[in-house]
Every structure is written in structure tokens, then in C-alpha cells.
Design a protein around this ligand. Structure first.
Ligand SMILES: NC(=O)c1ccc[n+]([C@@H]2O[C@H](COP(=O)([O-])OP(=O)(O)OC[C@H]3O[C@@H](n4cnc5c(N)ncnc54)[C@H](OP(=O)(O)O)[C@@H]3O)[C@@H](O)[C@H]2O)c1
Length: 158
């Protein structure tokens, strides 16, 4: 099972600000949906709260350390450890799992993910959550795809 990080970052590596993504790009959301549809998506509890409802057509997996955490959405699966969430996906029928954020989750998986699909927006912005540094000795840039508001960089592990 491939573990794929998918994220959108500003030119200065911002992922989020005040619990939200500080831009809106319909085209980028379409790109995100096109890639992730049909596959499990793993997210941290704060990202879950930012999205506010399950992403349709995908198995939504939320990780939290809070055993009291609950959601009224039956289609959401909760794990109390990121490793347990990944282990669960390994034993499933899925050939890929997408790790969709946020910063805390990306920091923990960047050293074990197999691929990264990073949308680099065409601007800088202020933020309080950043994508981790991409180590060029561990990651190879495989392709770039140009969109109107952003460029998608596809990285594969060396
Ligand atoms: N631009 C993008 O592509 C993108 C994507 C996703 C999110 N975002 C933005 O990023 C920000 C959120 O990121 P964040 O770093 O603050 O939070 P986050 O990674 O979304 O969630 C952090 C939470 O996840 C849980 N968690 C983390 N590691 C865990 C582990 N190993 N086991 C169990 N639970 C674990 C904890 O929940 P508990 O506190 O409940 O224990 C922790 O507080 C928001 O601004 C959001 O909009 C941007």
C-alpha cells in the first residue's frame, strides 16, 4: 500500500492560518478531489475540524489522542494513533492511502511516505502552520504540472 502525502502550500511553505487554509482555489480543490477520490484519507483532528464534514467518496480517517473525541458522522473512522490508522489501511483492500494533513501529521509521515503531491500556490502568504522541509537527498522531483493558480510537484522517494 502506497502512502501518499497530498498538500497545498504557498510559495513560503504555509499550509494553514488560524485553523484554516488561507486561500481558496476551486481548481486546487478539484485537483485534490481527482487524486483522492475512492481512496482512504488520513487527517489530524484539527484538519478534520477545519473541513467540518466528511470528504465524499473517500474513507475519512481522523486521528486524535483524545479518547473522548466523537463525531456524529457514522462514515468517519477514528484512530487514537497515526500508526494504527496506517496499519489499518495496510490490511485493507486499498492500494493507496492519502495523508492529507495538517502540519503535525505531515511532520510525522514525511520520513515514511512513498510519494508526495504538492501544489505550490503562485503566491506567498502569512501563516502559522508550515509544511516540513523537503530533503532533496531523500526525495526526487519526478514531475511538475502547471495549473492557473499553482504548480503541482510530484515527488518520489529516492
Ligand atoms: N494546505 C493544505 O494542504 C492543508 C491540509 C490540511 C490542513 N491544513 C491546515 O493545517 C492546519 C492544521 O494543521 P495542524 O498541524 O495544526 O493540525 P493537524 O495535523 O490537522 O491535527 C493535529 C491533531 O491531530 C492529532 N494527532 C497528531 N498526531 C497524532 C498521533 N500520532 N496520534 C494520534 N493523534 C494525533 C492530535 O489531535 P488531538 O489534539 O485531538 O489529540 C493533534 O492535535 C489548519 O490550518 C488546516 O487548515 C492545510
Amino acid at each position: 500500500m502506497k502512502k501518499i502525502i497530498i498538500a497545498a502550500v504557498s510559495k513560503n511553505n504555509v499550509l494553514g492560518k488560524d485553523g484554516k487554509i488561507p486561500w481558496h482555489s476551486k481548481e486546487e480543490l478539484q485537483h485534490f478531489k481527482k487524486n483522492t477520490i475512492g481512496f482512504p484519507v488520513i487527517m489530524g483532528r484539527k484538519t478534520w475540524e477545519a473541513i467540518g464534514k466528511p470528504l465524499e467518496g473517500r474513507l475519512n480517517i481522523v486521528v486524535t489522542g483524545n479518547k473522548d473525541f466523537q463525531t456524529s458522522f457514522h462514515e468517519v473512522v477514528i484512530f487514537y494513533s497515526l500508526q494504527h490508522a496506517l496499519d489499518f489501511c495496510k490490511t485493507s483492500i486499498y492500494e493507496k492511502v492519502y495523508i492529507i494533513g495538517g502540519g503535525e501529521i505531515f511532520n510525522q509521515v514525511i520520513n515514511e511516505a512513498d510519494e508526495m503531491i504538492i501544489s505550490e500556490m503562485n503566491f506567498e502568504t502569512e501563516g502559522d502552520v508550515y509544511f516540513p522541509e523537503i530533503d532533496g537527498t531523500k526525495w526526487q522531483l519526478d514531475s511538475n504540472e502547471l495549473f492557473t493558480d499553482f504548480t503541482v510537484h510530484h515527488y518520489i522517494r529516492r
